[in-house]
Design a protein around this ligand. Structure first.
Ligand code: ADP
Ligand code: MG
Ligand code: MG
Length: 878
């Protein structure tokens, strides 16, 4: 197979083989843009090398062949003592990946060729400076020398010459410096700096291959979920020089503002410099616009190329370029990274410019980006520079006083930020209590990050610049000390950490969904409005809300819900009603039970009435009581303590003694697998009947008032069709006794594996299914959601057992398989069966696509997730 591609042979569709950089260099070459000639060694060659770390003879022959062609094109030869060709060797994987080997520039310089370069360019200073750079770069990237190894020699030479920067050194001084560098090189590596240009080249290529597995690269891949077996390509390219005088230079540019999406050319330029000088920040760049004055011809050519690239890629591009003595050279381009805001704005701009259509605009944004735009943010307009920046682990804006222990966080009465080196399961209570979490170690799969995301809590982790000293009650960052009790602000969307309290702004996108901002209020809102409208127009999947309070139902409507997919009833049993529930549980005989239920009935009816009113005309799926009853009783140790105290004082514990006995009697080792769901309905006489009557009477009242109530009744945690048959008969009997009730479909949740695999039978008794994917995930995997996320999940994520928590994104191959089976068999038994999902996954961007593809009718999620689900349902349909 072919392992080396000339830039003229490849194109942008070959990114798997040529890496992103190589594929795009090839594409630019094909477009006829000025790209220095070169070739790309494929990722396949890299994979072979990693399996067997030597360059095979055929590969070396292929490389040499391409090199010869390049020499012919350039009219220069590698190692030519009179006019040497110099090369850059650049890594370039499929996905841009920091942590791999950086570029080696000026390769091909030796004691002999450096003189030829000086003669040919007429610039002796430049030639020796380039040689110096090569020794340093080669030492660092190929031989693993520390970047600082050469600092001392440089400082000594500057001191001796009495100048401040290396640009002021004379050719003779640079020559001395090169000798010093070569000496340091041989001391460190035990060999002379290689004088054979071909050997330099082959070693640089091997170093790029090997850098695929550096620790930093491995960590980065894990964090970004990039497969570990892709390998990197290597680009070998003729050098062009931006450091040949004032009419030379180098720069980077974007075809639009990657922060806001605003139109126009953005970038930085540095005259008389090589690319690495820009990155190193040793000298100050000027805005790209200045190039229009410095080199008008090059600027015109550059802007023309940029608009061609944008049209060609039909997207925002970023580029790297170099100007050598008035000639422009393109060194890199790619579809540029951008903020979530810019993604929406640019997508609609491109529609207006006739570059893409609305379907494509919808594909180019994501639910995750919309999610980011919905979090409140800090107003950073008057803010100080951040103290430090870390990994943006869980979005949000949190301000609070610094505490260093979970106990302090749990005890705090004001908002606090829990600051730790890293967190562990013991910190959980503190993490729950804190407004935000900040750690100095660990990435996106660390304990802190996983737990914070699960709780929707703001978290910045891996801020290596801060040094946490819990014993001293302080952390230090860049020489500043922040003490326990000092206020800081952390931004989980950008990873920034600020000193002091920053003002918080509500997200304009949320204000738009709430109806507080008009669609044309600002460019971002206008873009979101347009793309959401398109998503709604094309999506096939319905989007309903999980809501059980009238205010939530009203918000759900504003946020675009097509109904309520899950109205839980347990929240209606809390607060002051707990006493009534207690009486129900403690009831010794039928009369006492009936009396307690009779008192609950009007309260429950009022709840339903309000929700049916808020959702008039839309379906409201009410789930009969699901959680174990003892959740409504006080905790065992609490009552036990009260009883013990009373007895110790010689008093009669009275009611508490009865309560204690009940709590003991009902205690379960595994409440999640105990007396709950339909099991309650079957063993607590009158409970479900009361709930059904309340709902039916509320619906009838709405009908009398001229409304259009559309209630549905959902039975939870069914295992077998027999359970559902019994419950359904009881429900139907009650419905028959209430006048003027609209048709109320009766259906069931599918949330146990047994229900899923007997769905064909269950469908005989159910008009609809709703997958409870939280329980279904828990029971399919056999682990408890409440216990595992903080304990072994971070380790599992690290080990790659799964890439994301199955409670966060639906496990498509396991739990998803059950969903498919149940849907297919349910529909086979009852063709008009409605199938939805009401677990947390209904609002997860990654899972919505699965539900669309599995053919479900709707997803249901919490009101704030509705826009994300609508957007992803639209994306799944285009
Ligand atoms: P990165 O992926 O880190 O951007 P690159 O391979 O793009 O690394 O190289 C970094 C910089 O090195 C480029 O932006 C450019 O300034 C310089 N460079 C790379 N190849 C050449 C070349 N052929 N001629 C001149 N400079 C180059
Ligand atoms: Mg680059
Ligand atoms: Mg459930």
């Amino acid at each position: 197979t072919k392992r080396v591609y000339d830039f003229a042979e490849g194109n942008r569709n070959l990114a798997d083989l040529l890496g992103g950089k190589g594929a795009n260099l090839a594409e630019m070459t094909r477009l006829g843009l000025p790209v220095p000639p070169g070739f790309t060694i494929t990722t396949e060659a890299c994979r072979e090398y990693l399996a067997n770390p030597r360059l095979s003879a055929p590969l070396v022959a292929e490389i040499t062949g391409h090199l010869r062609r390049m020499e012919a094109a350039m009219g220069r030869r590698l190692g030519d003592p009179d006019d040497p060709l110099l090369l850059s060797v650049r890594s370039g994987a499929r996905f841009s990946m920091p942590g791999m080997m950086e570029t080696v520039l000026d390769l091909g310089l030796t004691d002999v060729t450096v003189a030829g370069l000086a003669r040919h360019t007429g610039d002796e200073r430049f030639a020796w400076d380039s040689y110096r750079r090569l020794i340093q770069m080669f030492g660092r990237t190929v031989c693993g020398m520390p970047a600082s190894a050469f600092d001392e020699a440089l400082d000594a030479e500057l001191h001796l010459a009495g100048v401040a920067s290396e640009t002021q050194l004379s050719p003779a001084e640079l020559r001395t410096l090169v000798e010093a560098y070569k000496k340091i090189f041989s001391e460190y590596t035990g060999e002379e700096f290689p004088q054979d240009p071909m050997a330099q080249l082959l070693r640089a290529i091997q170093a790029v291959f090997s850098s695929w597995n550096t620790e930093r690269a491995v960590i980065y891949r894990r964090q970004e979920r990039i497969p570990a077996d892709l390998g990197t390509a290597v680009n070998v390219q003729a050098m062009v020089f931006g450091n040949l005088g004032p009419d030379s230079g180098t720069g980077v540019a974007f075809t639009r503002d990657p922060a806001t999406g605003a139109r126009g050319v953005y970038g930085d330029y540095l005259a008389n410099a090589q690319g690495e000088d820009v990155v190193a920040g040793v000298r100050n760049t000027v805005p790209l616009q200045r190039l229009a004055e410095l080199q008008p011809d090059c600027f015109a050519q550059l802007t023309d190329i940029m608009s061609r690239l944008e049209h060609h890629y039909r997207d925002l591009c970023d580029i790297e370029f170099t100007i050598e003595r008035g000639t422009l050279w393109m060194l890199q381009t790619r579809v540029g990274k951008r903020t979530a805001e810019a993604a929406f704005v640019i997508a609609t701009q491109l529609v207006d410019e006739w570059t893409i259509d609305l379907d494509e605009a919808l594909r180019r944004v994501s639910g995750a980006q919309l999610d980011q735009l919905m979090f409140p943010r800090f107003d950073v307009s008057g803010a100080p520079a951040p103290l430090a920046v870390g990994v943006a682990a869980s979005p949000g804006a949190a301000t609070g006083k610094v505490v260093f222990t979970a106990e302090a966080a749990a005890a705090a009465t004001e908002p606090v930020i829990l600051v730790r080196r890293e967190t562990n399961p013991d910190d959980l209570p503190g993490m729950i209590a804190a407004a935000g979490i900040l750690t100095s170690r660990g990435g996106k799969t660390s304990h802190a990050a996983v737990v914070a995301r699960g709780m929707g809590k703001t978290c910045v982790c891996g801020v290596e610049a801060i040094d946490v000293d819990p014993a001293g009650g302080r952390f230090t960052v860049g020489g500043r000390v922040v003490r326990q009790g000092d206020t800081i602000s952390i931004d989980g969307t950008t990873g920034r950490v600020y000193s002091g309290a920053l003002p918080v702004l509500a997200s304009p996108v949320v204000r738009y969904f709430e109806g507080e901002l008009a669609p044309d209020a600002e460019p971002l809102v206008a873009a979101v409005h347009r793309i959401m409208a398109h998503a709604d127009a094309v999506r096939r999947l319905g989007v309903h809300a999980n809501a059980d309070a009238p205010a939530d139902a009203a918000r759900a409507r504003r946020f675009g819900a097509g109904g309520i997919g899950l109205c839980r009833t347990e929240h209606m049993f809390l607060g002051e009603r707990r006493a009534l529930v207690e009486r129900l549980i403690l009831a010794g005989d039928d009369d006492a039970r009936t009396a307690a239920l009779a008192e609950l009935l009007p309260l429950q009816r009022q709840d339903f009435l309000e929700i049916l009113t808020a959702m008039d005309g839309l379906p409201v799926t009410v789930r009969l009581l699901d959680p174990p009853l003892h959740e409504f009783l006080p905790a065992l140790d609490e009552v036990a303590a009260r009883v013990a105290r009373a007895r110790a004082l010689g008093e009669d514990p009275g009611h508490d003694a009865v309560l204690l006995a009940a709590v003991r009697r009902m205690h379960e080792q595994n409440p999640m697998l105990g007396l709950r769901g339909v099991r309650l309905g079957l063993v607590v006489p009158g409970l479900y009947a009361m709930q059904v009557r309340a709902l039916a009477e509320a619906a009838a009242e709405r009908v009398h008032a001229g409304g259009h109530p559309r209630p549905e009744i959902m039975v939870p945690l069914v295992d077998t069709v027999q359970e559902l048959e019994i419950a359904r008969q009881e429900i139907a009997d009650v419905l028959a006794t209430v006048a003027d009730v609209p048709d109320i479909p009766i259906g069931t949740m599918i949330e146990t594996p047994r229900a899923a695999v007997t769905a064909g039978e269950i469908a005989g008794a159910a008009r609809f299914f709703s997958f409870g994917t939280n329980d279904l995930t828990q029971m399919t995997w056999g682990f408890s959601r409440d216990d595992v996320e903080g304990s072994f999940f971070p380790r599992y994520l690290d080990l790659g057992v799964f890439e994301v928590s199955p409670f966060e994104s639906l496990d498509a191959s396991g739990v998803g398989r059950l969903v498919r089976i149940a849907t297919a068999e349910g529909r086979a038994a009852r063709p008009d069966l409605t199938v939805g999902v009401c677990g947390e996954h209904g609002g997860d961007p990654r899972s919505v696509g699965f539900f669309h593809e599995a053919g479900l009718d709707y997803v249901s999620c919490s009101p704030y997730r509705l826009p994300v689900a609508r957007l992803e349902a639209g994306r799944a349909a285009v």
